[in-house]
Design a protein around this ligand. Sequence first.
Ligand code: PNS
Length: 159
Amino acid sequence: MKRAIYPGSFDPVTNGHLDVVERARKLFDEVIVAVAHNDEKLPMFSLEERLELLNQTAGKIDNVRVTQFDGLLIEFARNEKASAVIRGLRAVSDFEFEFQMALMNRKLESSVETIFLMPKEEYTYLSSRLVKEIARLGGDVSKFVPAIVTTALGKKFKR
Ligand code: PNS
């Protein structure tokens, strides 16, 4: 059983994240989409909201499971008997942080590989941060996120 963890804040999930999930699930028997508690990042959506949005999207895809984790990612990967961590790589600007995290995780647990997947080109500019900013300023985000997320953002920014 080849299992991978796809960790992140998912605040909120975007079409770019779902594109990475689709790619990962073709490479592994099971992909666990794992929402980090990440309270220090002050997420806009609560953990429960982020999980619900993921359950209604990624959670509907075959061989994909949605869950949460607290503490060290590598500890969670060990507990789940996962052999890989999946991260999406959009642009060179992602590289430095991702490289540092991958190598640090390898130091902590050498048996877990980090695998970088590139989303479809049209998603390389897409981020949860920008989606939230566009929604906050009244822009249309429906091309960037699943419909359920557009609705959730609409509720957050009700004027
Ligand atoms: O979507 P994000 O915010 O880029 O995801 C970052 C995430 C959650 C993958 C990262 O912050 C993480 O792994 N947090 C868990 C704590 C941990 O293991 N930290 C050490 C990383 S070397």
